[in-house]
Design a protein around this ligand. Sequence first.
Ligand SMILES: [Zn+2]
Length: 80
Amino acid sequence: MTTLFYIARKSGALRNGNERGSFRYHAVPISDDAPLCGQRPAISWRTEEGAAVTCPACLKALQGIEGASFVSGTPESVAF
Ligand SMILES: [Zn+2]
């Protein structure tokens, strides 16, 4: 069984002016808006080209999921 995920960060600008390296990227199942770590965004998710999962809790959870794979694009742009 394949489970599809988005790699996404929470939307909104960082107040301290740091660059994108400061964002934490989560693994979000396409069928849900809750990431594997359970930390839902206050506003929405944003996906970015070339992003990789950096959230330690999401990475740990991914290790226990067989057939995990990733899609790019926003949830709205993926049709099933
Ligand atoms: Zn996470």
